[in-house]
Design a protein around this ligand. Structure first.
Ligand SMILES: Cc1cc2nc3c(=O)[nH]c(=O)nc-3n(C[C@H](O)[C@H](O)[C@H](O)COP(=O)(O)OP(=O)(O)OC[C@H]3O[C@@H](n4cnc5c(N)ncnc54)[C@H](O)[C@@H]3O)c2cc1C
Length: 405
């Protein structure tokens, strides 16, 4: 089969692959770009199975890449939604403490937000009740006016259409298999060989495996973590905004919260538990024995060493399998909760969480490896809030790893 030649070959049609393609073609409409995707369509993994929150950024630690991209990513995606008339719910977010200790942690998040130049406002009980009469407030609450919710699948489909219109070629049901010997760089897929100037690996849960073929990501492996929400099928007007409890300072992605979706439905989240293979969405779906053995090995090591508080957090999270337990925690945040509505779990999403093998530490921030000298760039830890960050993250990847050299 004849090789197909491109300036850029992007692996993965999630939000990262799509955003990088969008920014590349916007900078230079003459580029020849291919997107290789193993599924039938865009957004069939994390990018289409996430909570749809456009985060504001004050949970991120200071000076992190996450902090650097969230504010501008939030603004750029809002602008994109406005321009293409996509759904957006400007519902904001309230973070509520329920005791003195949580209130002190909340002050720390406010401080992080201020240092990261993120807008967040202290509000009194009365002000909080004007925003959401249902929220339970201890002392004061923190309000984030820039948090919003969007429909991530609608955004990805819109990007797909824009990119096709601009001449980018999509190859679905085409799985990357290995690096080939083509020059400057090439890959072999289930649908033949592709060669070009540069490979961009935005393969989410498989990004580390692909990077290893290029001699990178040697220190790391990805561990899958499932996140699951309880949902109601009814729009629920009693909750007006996203309501979050104060998260753990060390693991700010773990907290009980209500999400007000773009369609005004409410989700209660979340349960965050280790998965046993990369696409372990349901009981035996996409089971791979080799993945299972490798992942289980690292999970046992994390469990025994309790590195990153893994054992304690797993015990804490697993209790939420009992829906009543999660609901009872959620009830601490609001005055009225019609719990009978929340009887079903949503399809889980899976976070590809990077682990540094030598230290058994989970990497908190985004991680990029490669560059012009490797003819490849690898997006290794595009975890929450990568959807929010995607446009500004893509701008940075292009500036730092492609045009700077
Ligand atoms: C439950 C959950 C909730 C979240 N909530 C939010 C939120 O509210 N706000 C926010 O900003 N972020 C959120 N996130 C994070 C965000 O969704 C992800 O960080 C983001 O979608 C990652 O995008 P991606 O393109 O890197 O990965 P993906 O969406 O996983 O895309 C990677 C693509 O690569 C393809 N691929 C993999 N291997 C191969 C191969 N060998 N060959 C070809 N193709 C391949 C996959 O099929 C997939 O389509 C959430 C994530 C989860 C899981």
């Amino acid at each position: 089969m004849k090789n197909k030649t491109y300036d850029f070959i992007i692996i993965g049609a999630g939000i990262m692959g799509l955003s990088i393609a969008y920014k590349l073609i916007t900078n230079n409409p003459k580029l020849k770009i291919a997107i290789i995707e193993k599924e039938k369509n865009v957004a069939l993994h994390a990018s289409g199975k996430n909570s749809g929150v456009l985060h504001s950024g004050f949970f991120n630690s200071i000076d992190s890449l996450k902090a650097k991209f969230t504010k501008s990513g939030n603004e750029q995606l809002k602008e994109f939604c406005k321009h293409y008339k996509l759904k957006i719910n400007f519902c904001g977010r309230i973070i509520v403490a329920s005791n003195e200790k949580e209130f002190n942690d909340l002050c720390e998040f406010k401080h992080r937000g201020d240092l990261n130049n993120i807008e967040s406002i202290w509000i009194s009980q009365q002000e909080a009740h004007e925003i959401d009469p249902n929220a339970k407030i201890y002392n004061k609450a923190l309000f984030s006016p820039t948090t919003a919710t969007i429909d991530p699948i609608e955004i990805c489909y819109t990007l797909l259409q824009i990119l096709k219109d601009r001449g980018i070629q999509f190859f679905f049901e085409t799985e990357y298999l290995r690096k080939s010997n083509s020059r400057p760089v090439g890959i072999t897929t289930t649908n033949g060989n592709y060669e070009g100037e540069m490979i961009i690996n935005a393969a989410g849960l498989y990004a580390d495996k692909i990077a290893k073929d290029f001699g990178l990501s040697q220190e790391y492996t990805l561990l899958p973590f499932k996140e699951i929400y309880l949902k109601t099928s009814l729009p629920w007007p009693e909750i007006k905004t996203n309501i979050y409890c104060v998260p753990n300072l060390k693991n700010p992605f773990l907290s009980v919260h209500f999400i007000k979706t773009v369609n005004n439905h409410i989700k209660i989240g979340s349960m965050y538990i280790p998965a046993f293979w990369r696409e372990n969405y349901t009981l035996f779906e996409r089971f791979k024995l080799s993945e299972f053995k490798e992942i289980l090995w690292y999970e046992i090591m994390l469990f025994l060493s309790n590195s990153c508080d893994f054992r304690n957090l797993t015990f804490k999270e697993i209790k939420k399998i009992n829906k009543n337990h999660l609901i009872s925690q959620a009830k601490k945040l609001v005055n009225n909760l019609t719990a009978e509505q929340y009887r079903r779990w949503e399809t889980p999403g899976i976070h590809p969480q990077l682990l540094k093998k030598s230290t058994l530490k989970l990497v908190d921030d985004f991680k990029i490896e490669g560059g012009i000298e490797h003819n490849s760039i690898h997006v290794l830890n595009a975890t929450n809030p990568a959807f929010t960050c995607s446009f500004s993250f893509a701008d940075w990847i292009i500036a730092e790893f492609i045009y700077k050299s």
